[in-house]
Ligand binder design. Structure first.
Ligand code: WT7
Length: 590
């Protein structure tokens, strides 16, 4: 590969929590980070305690923890109020007989109740399973079933997508009216469980929270005890439950300090939904472990709404995704000029490659350079990053954080020299690394098949100065608007449609979304390839699986390329799409 000649942008060296990267790296030791937690002294460990109660008890009781708004509500909660509301949620769940190790799902829009509930789940040592609200019935069922969830906290509308009758282990469906703050009493607050019959799985969140005490005993756990399950997609099989433990807090807090560069007076905004790992590791854990004011904005994306959110809350640190930045860029410079964004000190991105063009644009209009960070659902926290005090190379993901070793390895695990492309690998373990794939040890083994290394599934190279450059996915996983979609899940839904005989799904490059989902479909006898049918099939996936997984483009083919064992060859579909040579066809059917 040719020597990289990309430009280097020197950053006006900011006063930052990290200081010099090289010095920090040499001096680093994870055990120093552990000493920052109260459990290091007391032996009593729980992530929710460290994120909320500890601050409420050590001088930050009246500091704003949550600055919430959506088009209908505007509320703020101090660390002490967060402590009390999450205690109520903990007591509510305990009252239903839920306890340590149980899986409790959350399926609701971003409202304060979501955050109380998630912290309450963690406080009782149960395992949280956050679901993105766009998921439809099939997606919800698969995840609840695989995890053996005993309860789900959701809204009456979203509960229609929870097929409780098909889920024998699901004992409780707790309904939240998301338009109401907990304190403003729910209609059913006076009644016991909202007048529901004894054997009904349904319970009224507001009624239960109202009667629950604001004091609760925290379940002290081990570092290796379960914290959260994030379902994510691979190229084959159903979505997999990535299992994280309380010990992840060490790295989440550390990266919050040195990568997000959080400082006591910051107002921090991470735009991700807790249905995705960014929305929990960096939308909940990292900011609160650092005792920082956390902005949550509900509702949908619009450039005006987002700029208004920054202006109104005086956001200082902003963490978002390339797709969002590209959409903001698309909305133009004029949109930026209508707002005062001068509070911004540090801007970061994750999820997909961050185009150098976007960094240059951000520098011009926000007067801040967008700092790219690389990590995955499986890694639990950031691993390769651009730090505030580091020279940026636009297009590079940056360098590994202190305490983490990254390398490019070949399929046998040999470390490749600089500028050679190969598997992006991380030396195992690190504190926030997933501990297993729920119910699926074989899947976990695939990541650690080379002894001593975690194989990410990304291909990349490292330049001569140690910066890492993303090249692509090695598997067929699609990254659309920063959200990971498994082609298999979409194909499985497609073939449920009566007109579809076979389907193959690929990611097609797209200037705004990174990739969009394109489906190649062969039809059953008697169906005609019309535009109406395309629209109907798209709707079928949207309503059955989720909007973000529905194909934006469908192409009908008489026949799809398959291996002799009958597997659809997505790489051939991709080559068709990109008008590239199809590569090795020795296994093709005919
Ligand atoms: C995949 C992980 C955890 C963050 C949200 C996405 C891609 C992530 C970058 C980046 C290029 C990136 C990789 C990775 N990705 N960050 N900075 N540059 N690609 O988490 O859904 O688990 O997806 O997203 O392909 O493997 P995820």
């Amino acid at each position: 590969m040719e020597k990289n000649t990309a430009e280097i942008i020197g950053v006006e060296v900011q006063q930052s929590n990290l200081g010099s990267y090289e010095e920090a790296r040499l001096a680093f030791d994870w055990t120093d980070e552990e000493k920052r937690f109260s459990w290091h002294e007391t032996g009593q460990l729980n992530l929710a305690y460290e994120a909320i109660d500890r601050h409420a008890k050590s001088g930050l009781a009246d500091k704003i923890a949550l600055l919430y708004s959506d088009p209908e509500r505007e509320e703020s909660y101090t660390f002490e109020q967060m402590r009390q509301e999450s205690n109520r949620a903990a007591n509510m769940l305990r009252g239903l007989g839920i306890g340590k190790g149980d899986r409790v799902f959350i399926f609701m829009p971003r409202t304060p109740e979501l955050y109380f509930t998630l912290l309450g789940i963690v406080k009782i040592g149960a395992i949280a399973g956050p679901l993105f609200e766009a998921f439809m019935e099939t997606a919800v069922r698969d995840r609840l079933k695989d995890s053996g969830a005993v309860a789900i906290v959701t809204t009456p509308t979203l509960a229609e997508r929870v097929p409780a009758h098909e889920l024998p282990e699901l004992k409780h469906v707790i309904l939240v009216d998301a338009s109401k703050p907990v304190e403003k009493e729910a209609a059913g607050a006076e009644t016991d469980k909202g007048l529901l019959p004894e054997d009904s799985p349904f319970a009224d969140f507001h009624a239960l929270m109202h009667e629950a005490s604001t004091e609760a005993d925290i379940e002290w756990v081990e570092r290796e005890d379960g914290l959260i399950l994030h379902y994510t997609s691979g190229s084959t099989g159903k979505p997999k439950g990535v299992y994280h433990v309380h010990g992840a807090m060490v790295q989440q807090a550390y990266t919050g300090r040195i990568v997000l560069d959080l400082q006591p007076d910051d107002v921090y905004w991470c735009t991700a939904d807790p249905g995705w790992v960014t929305g929990t590791s960096y939308g909940i854990f990292a900011p609160w472990l650092n005792g920082v004011t956390n902005v949550i904005r509900g509702g949908r994306f619009s450039p005006q709404d987002w700029y208004e959110t920054i202006q109104r809350n005086k956001v200082t640190v902003w963490y978002s995704a390339p797709t969002a930045f590209r959409m903001l860029m698309g909305a133009g410079d004029e949109a930026v000029k209508q707002y005062d964004l001068s509070s911004l000190r540090h801007v970061l991105s994750v999820g997909e490659p961050l185009n150098p063009e976007v960094i240059r644009w951000g520098h011009r209009v926000y007067e801040r350079r967008i700092h790219d960070t690389w990590w995955m659902t499986e890694t639990g926290a950031q691993l390769i990053c651009n730090y505030p005090s580091m020279d940026l190379r636009p297009g590079s993901m940056g360098k590994p954080i202190p305490g983490v070793e990254a390398a490019i390895v070949d399929d046998q695990g040999n470390i490749l020299p600089p500028l050679r492309m190969g598997n992006l690998a991380i030396r195992t373990p690190w504190p926030s690394m997933m501990r297993k794939i729920w119910n699926n040890p074989a899947k976990y083994e695939e990541y650690v098949r080379i002894p001593g290394w975690y194989i990410s599934g990304d291909s990349a190279y490292m330049d001569e100065d140690g910066y890492f450059w993303f090249q692509g996915r090695i598997d067929d996983v699609i990254n659309t608007s920063g959200e990971r979609v498994g082609p298999f899940e979409v194909e499985s839904k497609l073939v449920e449609h009566p007109a579809v005989a076979e389907a193959g799904v690929i990611g097609k490059p797209d200037p705004v979304r990174g990739e969009v989902i394109k489906a190649f479909i062969s039809l059953r006898e008697g169906y005609e390839a019309t535009d109406e049918l395309k629209a109907e099939i798209t709707k079928f996936v949207k309503e059955g699986l989720s909007a973000h997984a529905a194909p934006r483009e469908i192409e009908f083919k008489d026949k799809l390329p398959k291996t002799r064992s009958g597997k659809i060859m997505r790489r051939v579909l991709k080559a068709w799409e990109l008008k590239l040579p199809a590569g090795d066809l020795s296994t093709i059917e005919d």
